[in-house]
Design a protein around this ligand. Structure first.
Ligand code: NAG
Ligand code: NAG
Length: 308
């Protein structure tokens, strides 16, 4: 018993010493690699808060960026991309329109394959021109950032963090085909975690479970092709085979822009946090609220629009 208390006291004083020796995280240097479009709007809220709390934030954006503009609460650093402003805007808007105009489904993706391919090529070439820009990378490397905040829906930020050997904080809705949970080695049983857009509930019949298993497969295949260029780019940078899951697995912290109001309970890892409320920071009063008998439909539509 006495030994136990001694051990406990020893442990506590060790912990206290450790705490004293730790540098305060106040005033850290944060590199932010956002994704354009609506994704930036919620990330901007975080960047402003980081600034308020005394952190130095540097936001990276293409030199022809449409939405990410200079503001007084961060330093904007731009990199060259092989597009004119018009081309950049065209590619960006065409991808956003595809997702907003159509319901997300395999058919939607298949009938927009050419567009998807164009969009994917667009993002990859922006990423390549950043990572191949030796002078700029050297400059970022010598700035010794403490952490990189990124939205891994555009995996370039994750790859940049890994390349610079900086811990990454992911701020995301999801990465297609469950690769987020797979990369974090988080259990995600098909038997009761309904897959996105299946409209399954957490209680499923046998057939619904079968659907839960089969439904993501075509997405998995399609998005696999979209992610291959990042694997190639990473393999070239690191001079060895690097899988997409390894790039995404670089995350130290996962901040998910959802919560269990819209999504069903599921197992999560200790480094996963829910910050869905952040989408409601700039709120307006609803003029009319309509929750009809098909509230499940309503909620899945809402969550579809919130996922961006
Ligand atoms: C895809 O890109 C090609 C070449 O830039 C272009 O001709 C074609 O119209 C684009 N397709 C779509 C659907 O945007
Ligand atoms: C960053 O700098 C370190 C130390 O000088 C170096 O070892 C590393 O290779 C550099 N990383 C990149 C991506 O340039």
């Amino acid at each position: 018993m006495a030994m136990g208390i001694h051990g406990l006291l020893g442990g506590l004083s060790g912990l206290l010493l450790l705490l004293c020796a730790l540098p305060w995280t106040q005033g850290g240097k944060v590199l932010v690699f956002p994704m354009e479009g609506s994704h930036w709007l919620s990330m901007r809220t975080i960047v402003r808060e980081l600034h308020t709390r005394g952190h130095e934030t540097v936001v990276l954006a293409p030199d022809v960026s449409v939405y990410i503009k200079e503001e007084d609460f961060f330093t904007l650093k731009t990199y060259a991309v092989p597009y004119t402003k018009e081309e950049y805007e065209y590619h960006l808007l065409s991808s956003l329109q595809m997702f907003f105009k159509n319901e997300f489904s395999v058919m939607m993706i298949l009938s927009n394959m050419e567009l998807m391919k164009n969009v994917s090529t667009f993002y990859v070439s922006c990423c390549m021109s950043l990572l191949h820009n030796k002078g700029f990378i050297q400059h970022l490397n010598s700035s010794s950032f403490d952490v990189l905040l990124t939205d891994p829906a555009y995996p370039c930020g994750a790859l940049l963090a890994k390349y610079l050997q900086v811990p990454a904080v992911f701020f995301l809705r999801f990465i297609p085909y469950d690769s987020d949970f797979e990369a974090a080695q988080c259990p995600s049983p098909f038997s009761y975690v309904p897959r996105l857009f299946t409209r399954n509930l957490d209680h499923m019949s046998f057939l619904e479970r079968v659907k839960n298993i089969l439904y993501p497969l075509p997405f998995k295949l399609i998005f696999h092709f979209a992610f291959i260029p990042y694997e190639q780019l990473a393999s070239e940078l690191f001079q060895r085979e690097v899988s997409f899951l390894e790039i995404i697995g670089h995350a130290s912290i996962w901040l998910f822009r959802f919560d269990f109001v819209f999504d069903y309970p599921r197992p999560i890892m200790p480094n996963m946090f829910f910050v869905g409320g952040i989408n409601c920071v700039s709120r307006k009063l609803l003029s009319q609220v309509c929750i009809g008998p098909s509230s499940k439909e309503w909620s899945s539509n809402i969550s579809f629009h919130v996922w961006l």
